[in-house]
Ligand binder design. Structure first.
Ligand SMILES: NC(=O)c1ccc[n+]([C@@H]2O[C@H](COP(=O)([O-])OP(=O)(O)OC[C@H]3O[C@@H](n4cnc5c(N)ncnc54)[C@H](O)[C@@H]3O)[C@@H](O)[C@H]2O)c1
Length: 362
């Protein structure tokens, strides 16, 4: 097991990463000063797979456990579901000191985190992420939110967890598409911050895809380290943290223009490569670097070329995205693998050229 400390003054916390950690959760919670009542928020699939193991570990330490179930899917990240959870928390007499354990993927983490941030003006939150995306991204950094109509993550807060327990064994039951989606974020972490990590991925992607315990632990640990370092420097997302949006400017536009038929991981993969091509065309990034990225993305089972969408719809979606600042579309570009920067100086013509170019190659 390895630990990453997220250093945020009085809001600091540890992320424990390793195999077989669910069984140790009760002991860690005790060591972190928790006792008595606690509430798990999870979905039926994750509860069926991991609810018992977690419960055993908690009851062994004498915790009094209540489990609240939320149906699966992004549409549960709503004020309506949060309202139902507040009601259920009141029914089970949850108090200010009662921790909420978010057991699941990013949807559960964001929703349970939002509820923890707001119920009784804040109760302790423990993230127990079970998808690769949640382990390397959403469980760290304290962004919690629900959606509002079509607007994603519009109602939320920065609310750091007290502890993150990341059992990489849970990744072994993930559907392949979910694993690939998370791999897009892993590749993103390497691309923006750590060339050596990309080299590791180049050498070990097959071990990762065959769910090798050591390889999974390594990619999650390295990604968590990168996210922690960025969040420590810019907790409130006022500057540097935006580099985590590498690939997201075009990626989000593709998700939205395709009516979410292209899922997040795939859209981000295409967006990352498009941003690398823009960096090439602007003479900032060597072409060989974007070819490395392309090869890793493809080997991860992710697409690199544009889906069949109307260019105009992608451009419009990009303009509506939150990464537009003062009417200019902001991009994260690469100087080299491991060295990302933010700019709003990308000409719309170049963006179109890269999008059309990708389309023509399909
Ligand atoms: N807060 C942040 O910083 C942040 C960052 C990135 C994404 N997000 C959010 O994360 C959400 C997406 O999260 P996600 O990709 O984890 O999807 P998800 O939470 O919807 O989970 C995907 C599916 O996987 C299942 N599942 C979870 N763990 C499993 C396991 N170990 N084995 C088998 N099945 C399992 C779930 O039941 C669910 O059906 C979005 O709402 C997005 O906005 C938040």
């Amino acid at each position: 097991m390895r630990k990453v400390k997220v250093k945020l003054g009085s809001n600091s916390y540890e992320v424990c990463v390793g195999s077989g950690l669910l069984a140790q959760t009760g002991r860690w919670l005790t060591e972190n000063g928790f006792s008595g009542k606690l509430v798990i928020i999870t979905d039926p699939t994750v509860n069926w797979l991991y609810g018992d193991a977690l419960n055993r570990s908690l009851t062994k330490e004498g915790f009094n456990v209540t489990t609240l179930l939320v149906a699966e899917g992004e549409d549960q990240k709503s004020l309506e579901t949060a309202g139902r959870l507040y009601h259920e928390l009141t029914n089970c007499f949850a108090e200010r000191t009662t921790p909420i354990l978010a057991l699941g993927g990013g949807v559960i983490g964001d929703l349970a985190g939002f509820v923890a941030a707001t119920y009784l003006r804040g109760v302790p939150l423990v993230q127990i992420p079970t998808t690769l995306l949640a382990q390397v991204d959403s469980s760290i950094g304290g962004k919690v939110a629900v959606d509002h109509g079509q607007l994603k993550n519009k109602i939320g807060a920065f609310y750091q967890p007290r502890l993150v327990i990341t059992d990489t064994d849970t990744l072994k039951t993930l559907p392949t598409t979910e694993l690939a989606s998370g791999l897009a974020e892993v590749i993103k972490s390497a691309a923006i911050r750590d060339n050596e990590f990309l080299t590791f991925l180049e050498k070990n992607l097959d071990r990762v895809k065959s769910l090798d315990t050591g390889a999974l632990e390594e990619i999650v640990f390295q990604s968590v380290k990168i996210k922690a370092e960025i969040v420590e420097k810019d907790e409130r997302d006022l500057g540097l943290r935006s580099i985590l949006n590498y690939g997201h400017t075009i990626g989000h536009a593709i998700e939205s223009a395709s009516d979410f038929k292209v899922d997040h991981g795939r859209a981000i993969a295409i967006g990352m490569l498009a941003a690398a091509r823009i960096s090439n065309q602007m003479g900032i990034l060597d072409e060989s670097e974007s070819m490395r990225l392309k090869s890793v993305i493809e080997r991860a089972g992710l697409p690199t070329e544009m889906p069949n969408l109307k260019l105009e719809e992608i451009i419009q979606a990009m303009k509506h995205d939150k990464k537009v600042l003062k009417d200019k579309v902001r991009f994260v570009l690469l100087k080299s693998i491991g060295d990302a920067f933010i700019t709003d100086e990308v000409s719309p013509h170049l963006v179109e050229q890269v999008l059309v170019g990708s389309n023509e190659k399909t």
